[in-house]
Design a protein. Structure first.
Length: 249
């Protein structure tokens, strides 16, 4: 009887350990390919002169927003993609800078005005990054702390030459972000120049047209933020990424 109990205990511990391992390192979804191996930045182009600010810590891509690259500080895949689905887990580590210029964004993508016709601004503890599509900074699926929520395409929403229907479509339907410091999951689908974004299982961008989106290009993780006299003067990309999987369509 004691031997049976001991065997059962060993098997129970093994199962529990295995379950935890699977939770921490989920399998790649069927039909998808991992583009981050959890060990190094193989398959990614580290900005020239970065000096170690894009790095791996505890199996995740970690960024401190202080790349020393003289030009493009973003992290790009070596491979280019056309139509694809992408899963990516991300989290904002902290928000050390208060952004005093955050607008109140309406459902149609415009900014709410006060009685004087001036934009209403609010102060929000902020961090800022994103997933860049097909090698183009303008086609960025935002990661940040604005009340509108992550997932919007700021470059298109703020383009005054874009039609009203484009501006509305790239504005999040809902704020689906988890709390700061917690992990979030994007599912990003790009077909032609049409973008759909799910965040934490909720639809936030529904088939938004991105006029002028290149046919192919790399996927990027965005740098944002800078310091003056050792202090942040814009929202930094204090972010981490893991479990990045892509399926070409």
């Amino acid at each position: 009887m004691k031997i049976k109990i001991l065997i059962f205990a060993v098997l129970f511990i093994a199962c529990q350990t295995g379950a935890q391992k699977n939770a921490d390192n989920p399998d790649v979804p069927e039909g998808f390919t991992s583009i981050f191996n959890g060990e190094d930045l193989t398959g990614w182009i580290i900005p020239g002169g970065d000096n170690g600010h894009w790095k791996i810590i505890d199996g995740v891509i970690d960024y401190d927003a202080e790349s020393e690259a003289p030009e493009d500080k973003n992290l790009w895949t070596e491979k280019e993609f056309g139509d694809f689905e992408l899963f990516a887990d991300w989290r904002i580590k902290e928000t050390p800078w208060d952004n005093p210029r955050v607008p109140l964004i309406m459902p149609d993508g415009t900014h709410k005005l006060n009685e004087k016709g001036e934009e209403i601004k609010m102060v929000v503890p902020d961090s800022d990054s994103g997933i860049l599509l097909r090698g183009q900074g303008k086609s960025q699926v935002n990661i940040w702390c604005w009340p509108i929520g992550s997932g919007e395409v700021y470059g298109y929403r703020m383009d005054v030459e874009m039609p009203a229907e484009v501006v509305k479509a790239v504005t999040p339907i809902t704020n689906a972000d988890h709390n700061i410091g917690e992990w979030n999951t994007f599912k990003i689908t790009v077909r032609g120049n049409v973008l759909t974004v799910e965040l934490n299982g909720k639809l936030v961008i529904d088939q938004a047209e991105l006029p002028g989106l290149p046919e192919r290009g790399p996927i990027g993780l965005q740098h944002h933020g800078n310091k003056e006299n050792g202090e942040w003067v814009s929202p930094p990309s204090l972010v981490q990424f893991k479990n990045i999987y892509v399926k070409e369509l």
